[in-house]
Design a protein around this ligand. Structure first.
Ligand code: SF4
Length: 491
């Protein structure tokens, strides 16, 4: 999972790209980068958090009214400096590109590019492959003079990317002397929002971003999404062109609503916050149906993604909501940190129990999901250690049984607890009296009940094993899982 943003404005965009990356930090804490251009490209990238990479000195060098930014959370490719986005190439024009997603046919494409096309790949990142495909097709599609003709040239290049790729990709790109581009894969798996800001003189600035989280502070008005299979081009003179190049089933990632997105985001025209409230409502219904005689004394979320679902669940059950586990805000989210050792270390470190809220009570813990099971087990131990009388565990997400090959760094099947154990075995493993998972139809209902959206069905491959790109058989799964393990081990 990564965060991307592109801005075209009437004045320098560097500081607004920086602010945007701060608002996208939750989507990737491994690295970040910004590329702007005026008469030439300006780049700054680094490992770590946005606030640690950029400073007054390097920001001053990022001149230009068009630029893109990226926060990195590695799903494919290594963890080194060379893998930090945005990537760029000199030919044609000078193209910088940032990507959120994952190409399922990376291996085949990399072989084509280095073999038949005789290009050199400097990284194992699928973004580099995407950039080469786009840039090569753009260079071959002519040399348009007008903005409109150049848009047709872009459409040809993006269409050829659509034709060759399988997987997920939301993309922002800046082309020197030409302007800003955004496009999204034909299934719209990863998000891409759009906004505009009018100035007093009537000119309009444009933003494309993974989430709408920065729109309010930068005074951009939300204008919906880049639709699946659609491409946008904002020329240097501010003309806007868009075209839907491919129509396919719209299957956005359901895990964005469960875990990744910030709750204040409008994603695919659905409020993430409201969808999480509805997840809690649906869990309450199932709890009452399955355990009519059991009522907890208190509902405690595993902070902080689960707070919203826990709030509505507690409300529906008529039970007190308590922040009985305090999260140290200065420690990153464990799921997002690469490496199991770090994860194991940090759970006790980041969650502090309040004994007064827990001792001698029947405690219902609510979490967004159970992935490996280790985090849930440790949270339960913390709560039991504080003297809970009984512990129930409720999760807003159904069992995660399959890896994600569309841009989320899910573990492999051998590491996913729900791929290895039954629900009752998981209950025993994490050590609770009752374990309740959200059911898939209830989760889909929670996400799609409201909002002026056009979602056909969300992607839930990690839950139900149905990969929308259609080419993930057992052999492909093994290949992708091996690739992921190799990436993690630095091989
Ligand atoms: Fe999202 Fe799961 Fe689909 Fe990956 S497989 S895109 S995490 S819903």
């Amino acid at each position: 999972m990564c965060g991307i943003v592109g801005i075209q404005a009437q004045s320098s965009v560097a500081s607004e790209l920086y602010d945007s990356l701060i608002h996208l930090q939750h989507r990737g804490q491994d690295a970040a980068g910004i590329i702007t251009y005026d008469f030439r490209m300006h780049k700054e990238k680094g490992l770590g958090l946005v606030r640690d990479i950029f400073n007054e000195n390097n920001m001053n060098l990022l001149s230009g009214n068009v630029g893109i930014g990226h926060t990195r959370y590695p799903t494919h490719g290594g963890f080194g400096h060379g893998e930090i986005q945005p990537f760029w190439t000199e030919v044609p024009y000078g193209v910088a590109l940032g990507h959120n997603g994952n190409l399922v046919n990376y291996k085949e494409l990399a072989e084509e590019i280095t073999g038949r096309e005789k290009r050199y790949l400097n990284t194992t990142s699928d973004t580099e492959v995407l950039l080469h495909m786009f840039a090569t097709a753009l260079g071959q599609n002519g040399s348009a003079k007008s903005d409109k003709a150049f848009f047709e040239q872009i459409c040809g290049a993006v269409k050829s990317v659509f034709d060759r790729t399988s997987g997920s990709f939301s993309v922002v790109a800046a082309i020197v002397g030409k302007g800003l581009i955004a496009f999204r894969d034909p299934h719209g798996i990863r998000p891409l929002s759009r906004g505009e800001r009018k100035s007093d003189n009537g000119s309009v600035d444009h933003i494309f971003s993974s989430e709408t989280t920065m729109f309010h502070s930068l005074e951009f008005e939300p204008k919906g999404n880049v639709e699946p299979g659609e491409v946008y081009y904002v020329s240097e003179s501010g003309k806007v062109f868009s075209k839907k190049l491919v129509s396919d089933e719209f299957t956005p990632c359901i895990f964005e609503y469960v875990y990744f997105s910030r709750p204040d985001t409008m994603m695919n025209d659905v409020s993430v916050y409201r969808s999480r409230l509805r997840m809690g409502q649906n869990l309450a219904k199932r709890w009452i149906e399955k355990h009519p005689d059991v009522l907890p004394d208190i509902v405690i979320p595993a902070p902080s993604t689960a707070n919203t679902a826990a709030l509505s669940l507690a409300y529906e059950l008529g039970v007190r909501y308590s922040e009985g586990l305090y999260k140290n805000p200065f420690i990153g989210r464990t799921f997002i940190m690469p490496g199991q050792a770090e994860r194991k270390k940090s759970i006790r470190h980041k969650l502090v129990p309040q004994e007064i809220e827990i001792r001698d009570k029947k405690v219902m813990i609510v979490d967004d999901s159970i992935v490996r099971g280790n985090t849930s087990r440790q949270i339960v131990r913390i709560v039991k250690g504080m003297g809970a009388k009984e512990v129930y565990f409720v999760t807003a997400c159904p069992p995660v049984k399959n890896p994600c090959f569309y841009g989320v760094d899910m573990p492999t099947r051998s590491e996913l607890i729900a791929a290895q154990k039954s629900v009752d075995e998981i209950r025993t493993y994490i050590g609770v009296d009752i374990l309740l998972y959200q059911e898939i139809p209830d989760l889909v209902e929670a996400v799609t009940r409201k909002g002026d959206h056009n979602i056909d069905r969300p992607c839930m491959a990690c839950l139900d094993g149905w990969y929308v790109s259609g080419n993930v058989d057992e052999e492909k799964m093994n290949e992708l899982e091996t690739m992921r393990l190799n990436d993690r081990n630095g091989e």
